[in-house]
Design a protein around this ligand. Sequence first.
Ligand code: BGC
Ligand code: BGC
Length: 580
Amino acid sequence: MPPPSSTTDLGASRAFASDVLGRMTLAEKIGQMTQAEKNSITPDEVADHGIGSVLSGGGANPEPNTPEAWREMVGAFLDGGRRSRLGIPLLYGVDAVHGHSNVGDATIFPHNVGLGATGDAVLVERVYRATGIETAATGSLWDFAPTVAVSVDPRWGRSYESFGDDPSLVSRLGAAAVRGLQDAGVAACAKHFVGDGGTVWGTAHRVEWTDWWNGWGSQWHIDQGDTVVDEATLRSVHLPPYEDAIGAGVLTVMASYSSWNGDKVHGHHRLLTELLKGELGFEGFVVSDWMGIDQLDADPYRCAVISVNAGIDMVMVPIAWQRFVDDLTRAVEVGDVAIERIDDAVVRILAVKHALGLFDHPAEPPVTAVGAHRDLAREAAAASAVLLDHRGDVLPIGSGRVLVAGAGADDIGRQCGGWTIEWQGGTGTITTGTTILDGLREGGAEVVHDPDGTGDERAPVGVVVVSERPYAEGLGDREDLRLPGEDRELIERIRARVDRLVLVVVAGRPLVLGDAADVCDAIVAAWLPGSEGAGIADVLVGRRPFTGRLPRPWPADAAQVADPGGSWEAAWPRGHGRTI
Ligand code: BGC
Ligand code: BGC
């Protein structure tokens, strides 16, 4: 299969798509515009309705969760597409947001915030190409990545999915990610258009979720909220990554759950149609987010009408897809949605499928590609580490005795964060990989592991790895980013038993360190390094140099956290990163 070039011109594919369109019934057109979740649809239903796409949401894994079982599961749906009347290929979508991250034993790369810290577009392109190769190896040729949010507020539960708070950094690395994925023959999806990273704390209203999600909905504070900025700011801060992604040939864009000055993006004709497709010239297709249209109106019929008329081309209706098909059919029949809008959406979808080579029945790469990029992941983890502070010469750690403590030192789940195996991630050995402790043990040091720091052995050097528990989306919205008391106490206990102390912070965002910073001889931001935590040990022991730079300022106190984008003096500014 010829991979789409990075300057994908959809012209030829559009001509092909228009030809197919001429043979399609209204039902088949609407089928192509429909995306269902794999647990809510069968391959036979895909065939009967000519469904355009099926997705695995976060954690929607086969049992057992192996690469082979993934390939079989995805393959059955692809087969459904082939069995439809016109044999239009199905596109299977996944959230491979840091590697093919739902899949057991896949390579898990650092989350985007860590890649932002590398500042290295060549590395990011390699990482996303490897992600594309592993994704394609399971039969899925559509990745809901990269997130190109410019994350203004670190309290946002998705800030780790963002490369940082600098529009030019996000644009540069986002475009590299698009090139990498699409070089591997996988459609990228720049998300979430537009302004998802600019929402204001306290503006998320997820009341309708409160019942369905055992009260989880009430935990949303900023994710999916309102981006309250004037148009000039929207254009200068949040839009540039889309201009560069389009320049890199991005084939799909996902609409944001968030609002712009009170108006939901999912229903925003000006943003989706006039700005994105008109002014920016985006020729691929726009997909809505998971039940995103449901937030437009209490009446599902109105949701279908408003979103499609606004410019959504493929609608992620994971569960109630049949109702959506019925509603949109009625809307066309009664004239609430023009057939020209339907035809435009379908041509865009088919053109993307054609550009991917799907109509040529591409040969599937070997499934053994899954998990085969661990050296690259380790290299990326090392490159993402930022040396915030270093007094004296405790680093690199030499060959003496090292006391290692903290929940993040030996926990693959914590170092991977959310969107790993499960939507919310998990703790412990959730997949294959190496921990920071494993990497320290590879060196010449005599490592003493005391996870909760309650022992009494002494050592010349101590390493405390504090960590956030994994989270995703609004469940990670967190007002207080101060280091928890138990971590501060652990640091004090270890401090008393060592001559010099290294603090490693495994977190999706800067945590306010307060007094803890004063008692440490070195402080390292490790972000969420992924399955190859040993890469963090590589920089600690000097097997690799520190090259990472902060992709966003590191706040000094809680007041700064509460004033995102304010003009305060950070503990360490964006761009900071020491070398030894
Ligand atoms: C997220 C998207 C994701 C989609 C599919 C949504 O909840 O906002 O980023 O791609 O789910 O899993
Ligand atoms: C899915 C995620 C999705 C979320 C809704 C979960 O059940 O697995 O992919 O993002 O629901 O936001």
